[in-house]
Design a protein around this ligand. Structure first.
Ligand code: GDP
Length: 293
């Protein structure tokens, strides 16, 4: 994950790690390289600039240059700043029971897969999840969700004869109650692009089912575009969290590192593969350590 970023940061910090004395000059060089590494991972330019400025300010503030192991201290400061950027301590889901979760996102982002993945994870936590198919435009999406639900032994609700999404949502709540499910995950429709109709439909469903969580599923390999998508969805729907998918692929890290700081919405889960088990609670500190190699 994010190998290129790890390589580049590693190079930038290698010279610093072992130095006995840190000068303003080698510090400035290293931070310039850090900034370049972030930019080439498609981190938003403002985020990259603020990041290096904050690191620099702390290095001066803590008189790192006078320390016995200055290089290691800089690495520690960078680690902590990465954690801050990724969003420390913000990954918990609502504790409501029943727990109602609405999944939104663009077509192809991994929404249906993530719905099943989240169901599986919550089942492990002791919930009785039911997944509700609210994508009425793609019968294949309903079938896909049904297959995954069966595979993971999750409750499933669909109404293949209706196009009334809010009504389907309400019927799913009733079905969940009947089945004594205590967690309902709504898989909503996606489009290739964000459009007003999609947002309107999701808003109507939201108003009817009153979800505790509205999670945007977004393809982490999209870099800055993922950040733009998240911003638009958040402006329209007040998201409570993000699921960043496809981090196993060629994602460079830009989305993961910029999205919380630009949108204010925390990443709660990450998708790391196509299988239903390839799904993790997001741990900013672990990812920061991984990025620093
Ligand atoms: P939806 O249109 O948003 O519902 O997207 P799908 O759930 O159908 O997923 C689209 C494609 O992305 C499928 O081929 C999934 O197997 C794949 N996919 C979803 N999440 C991940 C992930 O975390 N990693 C990888 N490599 N593929 C994923």
């Amino acid at each position: 994950m994010f190998e290129s970023l790890t390589d580049k940061l590693g190079q930038a910090l290698r010279n610093l790690r072992g130095v006995g004395k840190l000068s303003d000059e080698n510090m400035a060089d290293a931070l310039k390289e850090v900034r370049t590494a972030l930019l080439s991972a498609d981190v938003h330019f403002k985020v990259a600039r603020e990041f290096t400025e904050r690191v620099q300010a702390q290095c001066v503030g803590q008189e790192v240059t006078k320390s016995v192991t200055p290089g290691q201290q800089v690495v520690k400061i960078i680690h902590d700043e990465l954690v801050r950027l990724l969003g420390e301590g913000t990954t918990q889901l609502s504790g409501a029971r029943p727990l109602k979760i609405m999944m939104v996102g663009l077509h192809g982002s991994g929404k249906t897969t993530s719905t099943a993945k989240l169901g599986k994870l919550l089942k492990k936590r002791g919930y009785r999840p039911l997944v509700a198919a609210c994508d009425v435009y793609r019968p294949a999406a309903i079938d896909q969700l049904e297959i995954l639900a069966r595979q993971e032994e999750l409750g499933f609700y669909a109404d293949r004869n209706s196009k009334d999404v809010p009504a389907i949502g309400v019927a799913a709540l009733t079905a969940a109650q009947t089945a004594t499910a205590d967690c309902i995950i709504f898989d909503t429709a996606g489009r290739l692009q964000i459009d007003a109709d999609l947002i309107e439909e999701v808003k109507k469903l939201r108003a009817r089912v009153q979800p505790d969580e509205v999670l945007l599923v977004v393809d982490g390999a999209l870099g800055q575009e993922a950040v733009n998508v998240a911003k638009t969805f958040h402006d329209a729907l007040s998201l409570t969290g993000l699921i960043l998918t496809k981090l196993d692929g060629d994602a460079r890290g830009g989305a993961a590192l910029s999205i919380k700081s630009i949108t204010g919405v925390p990443i709660k889960f990450v998708g790391t593969g196509e299988k239903t088990g390839d799904f993790e609670v997001f741990h900013p500190d672990r990812l920061a350590s991984r990025i620093l190699g």
